[in-house]
Design a binder for this molecule. Sequence first.
Ligand SMILES: NC(=O)c1ccc[n+]([C@@H]2O[C@H](COP(=O)([O-])OP(=O)(O)OC[C@H]3O[C@@H](n4cnc5c(N)ncnc54)[C@H](O)[C@@H]3O)[C@@H](O)[C@H]2O)c1
Length: 353
Amino acid sequence: MTELHLWLRHETRPTERRTPIVPTDAARLIASGVALTVEESAERAFPIEEYEAVGCRVTAPGSWVSAPPDAVILGLKELPEQPHALTHRHIYFGHAYKSQPGAAELLHRFTAGGGTLLDLEYLVDDHGRRLAAFGFWAGYLGAALAVLHHRGRLTAPLTPTHKEALDETLRPAAGDTDFTALVIGALGRSGRGARVAFLTAGMEPTCWDLAETRALDRRALLAHDVLVNAVLATTPVPPFLREQDLDDPERRLRTVCDVTCDVGSPLNVLPVYDRVTDWAEPVRQLRKEPPLDLIAIDNLPSLLPKESSEDFSAALTHQLLDFHAGGPWGRCRERFHAAIRELAIVEGESRGD
Ligand SMILES: NC(=O)c1ccc[n+]([C@@H]2O[C@H](COP(=O)([O-])OP(=O)(O)OC[C@H]3O[C@@H](n4cnc5c(N)ncnc54)[C@H](O)[C@@H]3O)[C@@H](O)[C@H]2O)c1
């Protein structure tokens, strides 16, 4: 029996319909003794009544700011800008440890209030493997959008949907011509999702992972019609595509979906574009002749909010049922304290202390 009080907050992003805990897992948590408060949310893909029915306490959106001090606030994406000082423990994707824009400001908010960030990206097992992630659905959607675009069936703006409806559009139709596809990072979560989507679309992609890119065969890469990049780069490697490859008249490649979206990072393996695309305009033309179109959307799983939430929630619930000071949560806490120390050093140096 754990004495955890979780507070599931409403997401402030208007397009965010996902949630880290779905009602069936809320029931599991409550059955194990967790107190669960859930904020109402018009956007969440799961109605509040389903949480209420399994014993959650329901409260107003944004009321976490006055939650009891021992409550652990749970969400996915960014916190609102107010209040400035963060006093609680917060579980969510803070994007604050890689010098991202706004990272230092966020860490200052935590130090100002004495709160703690338990960043979901850093919830890892003893081998450093992520314990809860949305990667599979990112890859699934990335490949699905690439197929639909390549077949001339992608309509914008994109809106959240269900897997059955998406799969219906993915299945090959009369008049569709065959094409070849390559998934790089094929052994990872996103890569596996991409492979499953291609199979649903009636095709078997070429699959590359670390072993196949060690001595990169760019000619073979450019000989595919569609590329889905799903790598998680941790060290710089030679780029998969360069500007001169885009101008290569022999290039067969026509559609690129960059699930990785590492734009501007020194680890970017596709340094041939400078900004992501979005739901309103999912596709950008990188070259007219020979044509090359890019899809680089950084919130792909939100397009299948129900399925991606269900998977994520199952994995996270498993960890929340074992919420204690050590293990994966202890590592999250240590990572947070390390980030605070690094920030103090960097700011000390920049002041010339
Ligand atoms: N666009 C989105 O909405 C979205 C959502 C979730 C994740 N992502 C991104 O997708 C990427 C993959 O995430 P994941 O959860 O699948 O990671 P993962 O760790 O499960 O898989 C990454 C795979 O890439 C492979 N890889 C790494 N470097 C490689 C290289 N040089 N050549 C070939 N393969 C290489 C690894 O071996 C691994 O199999 C990450 O960059 C992540 O940030 C994007």
